[in-house]
Design a protein around this ligand. Structure first.
Ligand code: PLP
Length: 447
């Protein structure tokens, strides 16, 4: 690509495109001019490890040959409205049900994660006839209005004062709270008994659903304490409340299982998904519902819809991605890579500012603190998105980028969620760069 063309793209990007989550002034974005596998190259010819799979969706890496082959088949597809059956839509629904928990029966397709959550809220209200929705602090469910109301962190502030009937409860946070309790089960029991009381106060007869990310992703890969998810599921059953698991980030192998709930033997009533289903090759999301919910809509009208639900091209790319997951045994590969990444993460704890590291599968967070004893976060809550005046997290990301390690941050965490195809050698090389970048950051911030 010529220098003039690069200049033109960047100029138009800046002058004509509104950029998500950013102050617009002086925002000059880099361009990816080449990519392959777990790496990409920018317009300056610099190569980077994509250690966040872009926004945790490029699960099969860049330019996967099987996905490019599927792209070439798109011209043969019919452009059909939602009222028509299509082979890619039917086939993908079948493939998803095949890998979902055994109580799951049908899929409603959307174009993205937030939209999936919007439809899930409506479905829960239709099926139960109840209206309240409980979700958790330290969660992100998308930035549209309903999904924004579900979210339990600072990105929801723009939808405030918010919708009546959206209630928050606490997410377990072992790193910060476990010492107060004798063990994990003790912590679990405390959290669930508090939630039980909250359900009583709100009135179980009004609560349609409890919405959770089984392992909150962008809020820090917060692994639940022992027994928590099974206990939560039991509470939901006791009060006839639907359990909805948002697996937009954690689904499709990210945690070393098809879905994160599979680690805990929990069968939710609804699962929402997006990102990994096509590995980002085309936008697609969806809502998977249990047999009980599917049967409800045999007799009752599903009063929700969208123009592009089950778009044939997106579903075709979903089928291709699911085929690769199976053919390349991606899930067992992630399980193998888990210990490789764990040992590299553990080593990071020796570094100044690294308070905690958490990982499951290839889904990790590094939490930075000012002081390891007090665990004071490196930036204060809500001081993200250009409000971090000292710029600690943006400086750290810049140090990593400078060494060839690309990822993103949220609050005081940086995330490592590489393409699920990454090899041991690639993990090691990328972590060598991460350590160089971290060392540079520490040298620049001696106090
Ligand atoms: N749910 C979770 C858990 C997410 O991580 C995200 C996005 O990162 C969303 C929902 C929203 O998905 P989308 O940006 O595709 O609307």
């Amino acid at each position: 690509m010529s220098d003039n063309k690069i200049e033109e793209i960047q100029e138009l990007d800046q002058s004509r495109v509104l950029q998500s989550w950013s102050r617009q002034k002086n925002k000059r974005n880099n361009i990816i001019i080449k990519s392959q596998g777990v790496k990409f190259t920018d317009q300056k010819g610099r190569e980077y490890y994509d250690m966040s799979s872009q926004l945790v969706y490029a699960n099969l890496g860049h330019k996967h040959p099987k996905m490019l082959e599927a792209f070439n088949q798109l011209s043969g597809l019919e452009i059909v409205a939602t009222g028509f059956a299509s082979s890619s839509k039917s086939e993908l629904a079948e493939k998803i049900i095949d890998v979902a928990p055994s109580n799951m029966k049908k899929v409603y397709f959307t174009m993205a994660g937030a939209e999936a959550n919007e439809h899930a809220i409506k479905i829960a209200r239709m099926v139960t006839g109840k209206h309240k929705i409980l979700s958790r602090y330290r969660s992100y469910h998308g930035s549209t209005f309903g999904a924004g109301n579900l979210s339990g962190e600072s990105r929801r502030f723009q939808v405030e004062p918010g919708l009546p009937g959206f209630i928050k409860f606490k997410t377990p946070y072992l790193y910060r709270e476990k010492l107060t309790f004798s063990d994990e089960l003790d912590y679990t029991n405390y959290l669930l008994s508090e939630l039980d009381k909250q359900i009583q106060f709100e009135g179980p007869e009004d609560i349609a659903a409890i919405f959770i990310e089984p392992i909150p992703g962008s809020n820090g890969v917060l692994l639940p304490p022992e027994g928590y998810l099974t206990g939560l599921s039991t509470l939901c059953k006791r009060y006839d409340i639907l359990l909805i698991c948002d697996e937009v980030m954690s689904g499709f192998g990210r945690t070393g299982k098809w879905f994160a709930v599979d680690h805990f033997n929990v069968q939710p009533d609804i699962i929402t998904f997006a990102k990994g289903v096509t590995a980002g090759y085309l936008p697609l999301g969806g809502v998977i519902v249990s047999d009980r919910i599917a049967e409800y809509f045999d007799e009752n009208v599903l009063m929700t819809g969208s123009t592009y639900s089950g778009h044939a091209m997106a579903c075709h790319m979903g089928c291709a991605a699911l085929n690769v997951y199976h053919q390349e045994e991606i899930i067992s590969h992630v399980q193998e890579m888990e210990s490789v990444i764990n040992s590299r993460l553990e080593k990071l704890k020796e570094y100044k500012y690294v308070g905690d590291v958490r990982n499951i599968g290839l889904f990790s967070a590094i939490e930075l603190v000012k002081d390891k004893q007090t665990k004071e976060p490196i930036i204060d809550y809500g001081q993200d998105y250009g409000k971090d005046l000292q710029g600690h997290m943006s400086t750290l990301l810049a140090c990593l980028l400078d060494k060839g390690f690309y990822t993103y941050s949220h609050e005081s965490c940086i995330f490592i969620s590489p393409p699920l195809t990454i090899t041991k050698e690639e993990i090691d090389s990328a972590f060598d760069l991460l350590e160089l970048g971290l060392t540079q950051f520490i040298l620049d911030h001696p106090s």
